[in-house]
Structures are given as C-alpha cells and as structure tokens.
Design a protein around this ligand. Sequence first.
Ligand code: JCZ
Length: 234
Amino acid sequence: MKVDVLTLFPAMFAGPLDESIIRRAREAGRLELVINDLREWTHDRHRTVDDEPYGGGPGMVLKPEPVFEAIEDLAGAETRVVLMTPQGRPFEQAVARELSVHGHLLLVCGSYEGYDERIRSLAHDELSIGDYVLTNGALPAMVVIDAVARLLPGVLGDDASSAEESFSEGLLEYPQYTRPAEFKGMKVPKVLLSGNHAEIAKWRREQAAQRTAERRPDLLKDKNEDSEEKKDDS
Ligand code: JCZ
C-alpha cells in the first residue's frame, strides 16, 4: 500500500513511523509512505496556506487553492482521499480494515480553525480519531497509518494476527501474566499454572467478558445490536 500525507508539519512525522513494526513494513516494501509539505503547492513569496474566515470570527481557515492543486497532483483514479477532522466519522477498527484494502491512501491533515468548506468536495471520507480537539491533523493521520499498516498482509506475525481476530470479536483482552509466578506478593492466578487448557480458555473468556462489562459496556451493547440486526435480516 502507498500512503501519501499532505500536511503543514512534515517534521511531526519523523519518529513515530520510523520505529518497530511500521519501520519493518516500510523496509519490506509493504508500506510506502510519502510525507508531502502543503506549502510546496503555494506560489506566493510567503507560501500562504490560510486566510481569514468570510463573515468574520476568530482564527484562520485553510485556503482551497493549495489543497486542490496538491490533491490533483497526488491523487489518481484509485486513490482514497481522507480528510482528518474532528467532524469526521469515528475511526475504529472496522474503518482501519476498510482502508487497508485500498492500494493508495491520501491523508489530508488540516491546521488552523479548519478547512475552507469546498475542500471537503475532494474527500471520499472524513475521519475523527476521537472526541477531543487537537491543534492539527498530523497525530490523527499517524494513528490511522499505524492502525492500517499493521493489517497489511505480512506486516504482523501469525501470533499477532490471531490476536487481531480476538479483538474483532469485540471484547477487551483478558489479563496476561509472565514470569515470575509471584512478584511483590502478587500471585499469578493458579489456573494459568495448571496446564489445563480447557480451564484456561474458560477463565480467559470469563475475564474478558467481565472486564468488558465493567470498563466498556458500550462494546457489549454494540455487539448485541449487531446480532439483533443480523437476526432481523435473516
Ligand atoms: C485541523 N485542527 C484536523 C481530529 N479527532 C480529532 N481531533 N482533532 C482533530 C483535528 C484537529 C484539527 C485539524 C485543525 C484534525
């Protein structure tokens, strides 16, 4: 997969995507990442990308011309153009899976108070990573890239890929332990040392269900609504 990013802060992308699994995905050629500086599509001496809002009000708005020219240069017929914005649809695991099937993504990261509304006409999708306000779209774009890249074929090992399936079931993970069996007086649950694989699987299912009910009842609710919909359809 190729991912183009359009941003006013290309330097923000150095670091997070140069480590660990994403670094290996890039080295293996499974992810090709290109960070594009929006100012390269300006033509004036001051490389202007923003202007005052029509109608007045605080802050500045991202001008349409540089973004239109950049997208025209960077996007082809097969490109999925995605705008990062707090007004976008919520980014979740199912959306990451959806994006992972595209050969080319172009992630547009705004800045300032927002985009000139006409920029939205170029986007296939608008995504929000959560209900909080950030200063620009660079961190959200990195979150999307990380979540999508780990789903690409060959990026994760088989072990991690099956862990992905268990999260897709919509429950939080069960508690995990490693050696030592006792640490600062805290013991590993006896069942995990028993070697009884059926009992271990049962304990983990129960723990995952209990933890999800306590911490994220919304996930169980979604799951029930999904299965209700499936019932209605059949
Ligand atoms: C541009 N401020 C783009 C996205 N989920 C989320 N929170 N905040 C953003 C975001 C904020 C922005 C811009 C200026 C995205």
